[in-house]
Design a protein around this ligand. Structure first.
Ligand code: UTP
Ligand code: MN
Length: 503
């Protein structure tokens, strides 16, 4: 590795980040966003969003504040948290300012582009309840109608149900798998810890099977069916095989039926593997490790550099789980666009060559933009590069051409043995500007959220949603959208921030 003085990794923001607008459109309003339970990152995100929309947001509580916004806190929790920060006691009445509000007021205001009137449903009650629903019968049926943040209080139960969902999909029973996914998703949005079966009596999608699982976990701490599934050879082998890049349930099932049980069975076998699967096996260990946000940001910087060498004002957005606020992921997803659609012609190929010439690409294949999809199709056909990128271990300390030379001059087998890098899965998706909002919504996920959004569009609105657009099946027309907010508005749904799409 280079011994020359090393440059610090550039911290400049990628091209897509807009500066926070300083123009204040609502001078009578001053927001204070409570960090408690929300975290600094989300608070920062919400602050920037509000400022962009012309709201004034103060980082410190003072008597200027008119609206206090918090998430998953009760009225008394907010009060005592502010009191702690202020080091003195506060006295607010429900009707006096500042309003002590749930995040729903904030999201509705951002979505309307102006402060919406404070209604009693926005206010946190005096009771100290942390529940955002008065009772569970109010929980809407489609996941895209509910806020689902990353953290929730019933993880033991949702983990168990997710195992049953996965096991059902391994057995080819998509309907059963979906049923478990829906009940899991409902439990993820509950603002309280389940205490008894009574709590799920009126929940949507919680059928008898789901209730049995919940009851056993509440009473015994484990569910026997789930334990048996986890111990079964079929579940373990299928989980192992489907965790290889390029191996789906169909292939894994075929291999399992042919007697494959482990990775060495695959390596020893004279089985014909696709190039993707060979790369998946070669980098198996690395790809099993979580990608951290820091690593994802490094990859973002690299991808932006590659693309900007050809189109300096290209827009690159990190999507997938990281956009939803996850701190780790299984890969890093990027969406690429440009207001001039010609600028995108051939850009992905050029960026790939750039990455390849510098030794960053361990594997890639490109799916060309599908020419044959109809307006009403829900299939996604964007030009996409599925790749494996090598992340040098020295990425934390430097970013320089010398280091890049070192990487470039190693051939793949040397890279294998030198262990000064690790493999990361990266997806690059190119979307024409006119389809960008739909692509952004489609690639932000979660998968279940997307599935539910499409189901809602079709069943309730008679519209077909894809990552390309929204087609009104009755009026027979495409509905353009300049932002994600507009897509939600077309569907008559309250806007949900990416953080709330962890269904
Ligand atoms: P991912 O599979 O990358 O999931 O798909 P994720 O939510 O980012 O989670 P981890 O951390 O990587 O595991 C991201 C989104 O992209 C969409 C999916 O709907 C998902 O919401 N997607 C993915 C597609 O639209 N098409 C694809 O071929 C793959
Ligand atoms: Mn992802």
């Amino acid at each position: 590795m280079s011994t020359l003085p090393l440059k610090r990794r550039k911290k400049d923001a990628p091209a897509h980040r807009e500066p926070a607008a300083s123009e204040i459109l609502f001078p009578d309003i001053c927001l204070f966003i409570v960090e408690r339970r929300m975290g600094a990152a989300r608070r920062g995100f919400l602050t920037a969003l509000a400022q962009k929309k012309g709201f004034s947001v103060t980082p410190h509580f003072s008597d200027k504040v008119t609206h206090v916004v918090s998430e998953q806190n009760s009225y008394s929790e907010v009060l005592s948290w502010i009191e702690k920060q202020m080091e003195h006691k506060l006295q607010f009445g429900t009707e006096s300012t500042p309003h002590i509000l749930d995040i729903s007021w904030f999201t509705e205001s951002m979505s309307s582009g102006e402060p919406v009137t404070v209604e009693s449903r926005h206010r946190l009650g005096f009771s100290g309840s942390t529940e955002s629903f008065d009772n569970v019968t109010q929980i809407p049926s489609y996941a895209c109608q509910r806020r689902t943040s990353l953290l929730h209080q019933n993880k033991e139960i949702t983990d168990a149900l997710e195992i049953l969902a996965l096991s059902a999909s391994f057995q080819g029973s998509e309907a059963r798998s979906l049923a478990f996914a829906r009940s899991t998703s409902v439990l993820k949005c509950l603002p309280f810890k389940l205490q008894s079966l009574q709590d799920v009596k009126d929940l949507p999608w919680c059928g008898n099977h789901c209730k049995r699982v919940i009851q056993e976990i509440l009473e015994d701490g484990v569910c026997m069916e789930v334990e048996l599934v986890k111990d079964s050879e079929q579940y373990q082998s299928m989980k192992l095989l489907t965790s290889i890049f390029g191996v789906g349930v169909h292939t894994a099932k075929k291999w399992y039926q042919e007697g494959v049980r482990s990775l060495s069975d695959l390596n020893n076998n004279k089985r014909k593997l696709t190039a993707e699967q060979r790369a998946g096996l070669l980098h198996y260990k690395d790809l099993q490790q979580h990608v951290t946000r820091e690593e994802a940001e490094w990859v973002e910087h690299l991808v932006v550099r590659a693309l900007q060498s050809y189109v300096p004002d290209v827009q690159v957005t990190m999507t997938g789980g990281f956009r939803r606020g996850k701190e780790v992921g299984h890969d890093v997803d990027f969406l690429i666009t440009h207001p001039k659609e010609e600028a995108l012609n051939g850009l992905l190929k050029k960026a790939i060559s750039w990455l390849e010439s510098k030794g960053y690409l361990l594997y890639h294949h490109v799916k060309a933009r599908s020419q044959s999809f109809s307006k009403s199709s829900t299939m996604d056909g964007h030009e996409t590069c599925y790749s494996i990128v090598s992340l040098p271990n020295y990425y934390k300390h430097n970013w320089d051409c010398e280091a890049e030379e070192t990487l470039k001059n190693l051939d793949n087998s040397e890279k294998e043995t030198s262990h000064n890098w690790r493999a990361i899965r990266v997806d690059l998706v190119v979307a024409p500007y006119s389809e960008y909002s739909y692509a952004l919504l489609g690639w932000t996920g979660s998968k279940h959220f997307e599935r539910e959004l499409r189901r809602y569009s079709f069943e309730v609105k008679k519209m077909s949603l894809s990552s390309h657009g929204l087609f009104d099946n009755e009026k027979k027309c495409l509905l353009p959208a300049a932002s994600e907010e507009e897509v939600f508005a077309h569907l008559g749904l309250p806007f949900l921030l990416p953080f709330d799409r962890n269904a």
